[in-house]
Write a protein that binds this ligand. Structure first.
Ligand code: U5P
Length: 332
């Protein structure tokens, strides 16, 4: 997908060196935005292989978000991606699905107390608010609304959470017969996180469009801190002093194969990554990826069942023919 490769080269060319809480430095850029037309196929990247275990994890995570479960006791049977953030009982303080389906409402009540009786249909028995049911109903009954927002950010939760939501708000917007999704993300790991964030919300757009009688339109993505991890210790620090040189080399690339030449220069010039810290530097892998031509997009098929009943087997990817995988290590 061209937009993704443009994001990679944009952050490489214009970002600044930025240390952060992980100890693995980044090249970081402020406020990036792009849009992807979903009618051109499902935007799972083809410049590296994302199928297999990681794709399966994405579907399990997606189904778990929609379930609204505040624990991972079922999810962890299928994937370990959230294990590090949960306690032994499976509780975690990161609250995507929980807030999607059960956003806390203070006991003293909100202005919603004065809603007409039939609008209490979005309140769960426990006194929380089901944002997903609300947007489904709005899209069916009031599709021109500009207020169809789902918010996973709760300030009091975010202040203490071990991992406050990265993708924290999305807005659904109807134009003609198309349903568009706009995602706000506060922090995006360009190599590892963003490809899956694009896929997950494009899947969400597809599933919601199908349930509400629209065609999937565009996925739009605004990322506040878009960053490329560039290594720990000496390797990460090297970028602070050599970013100008890297950036002029990336900017001077004329055709895709030129990115491989930048990679060769980088590997010959930068200090090697320390033992045990290999592949925390994502720059070489991303330069390799930029050297690859995007292929035709795959297709996605989602069973037409209520979103809370969706299961792993209801999502089917077809026609996916990616280039080989590229390994990146996760900075935690
Ligand atoms: N991250 C993503 N997408 C996600 C979840 C996490 O890219 O869906 C990345 C963030 O970009 C960041 C890290 O690199 O995980 C979370 O760290 P922080 O932004 O909370 O410090």
């Amino acid at each position: 997908m061209r937009q993704y490769l443009d994001l990679v080269t944009d952050v490489l060319e214009t970002g600044g060196h930025k240390p952060n809480r992980t100890g693995v430095d980044t090249i970081s850029a402020f406020s990036r935005h792009y849009e992807v037309d979903l009618s051109e196929g499902f935007p799972l990247l083809t410049t590296k292989d994302l199928s297999g275990g990681r794709w399966n994890s994405l579907i399990h995570e997606f189904v778990w978000y929609l379930s609204g479960e505040e624990h991972i006791r079922n999810l962890r049977e299928e994937t370990g991606i959230w294990d590090a953030w949960a306690d032994e009982e499976g509780h975690l303080d990161t609250a995507y699905g929980r807030f999607w389906r059960r956003y806390p409402v203070p006991e003293e009540g909100l202005p919603g107390e004065s809603w007409p009786e039939d609008e209490h249909r979005w309140m769960n028995d426990e006194g929380t608010f089901d944002q997903i049911q609300y947007v489904l109903d709005q899209l069916r009954e009031n599709p021109n609304s500009r207020r169809i927002v789902v918010n996973a950010w709760h300030p009091a939760n975010a202040a203490v959470s071990t991992l406050p939501p990265c993708h924290y708000t999305f807005v659904l917007n109807v134009q003609g017969d198309e349903l568009n999704v706009h995602l706000h993300q506060r922090s995006g790991d360009v190599a590892l996180g963003i490809p899956f964030n694009i896929a997950a919300y494009s899947l969400l757009a597809t599933a919601i469009a199908q349930r509400t009688g629209f065609e999937p339109g565009s996925f739009a993505h605004s990322v506040v801190d878009s960053h490329i991890y560039c290594g720990a210790g000496e390797r990460g620090a090297w970028y602070a002093d050599n970013l100008d040189e890297l950036q002029s080399r990336v900017a001077a690339v004329e055709d895709r194969s030129g990115y491989r030449e930048v990679r060769e220069w980088l590997e010959a010039t930068a200090p090697p990554e320390a033992d045990g810290e290999e592949r925390y530097d994502h720059v070489p892998g991303l330069l390799e990826q930029c050297a690859r031509e995007p292929r035709e997009r795959p297709a996605i098929d989602v069973a037409d069942v209520p979103l809370d009943e969706l299961s792993f087997d209801d999502v089917e990817l077809s026609g996916y023919d990616p280039a080989p995988g590229i390994r990146f290590a996760v900075a935690e």
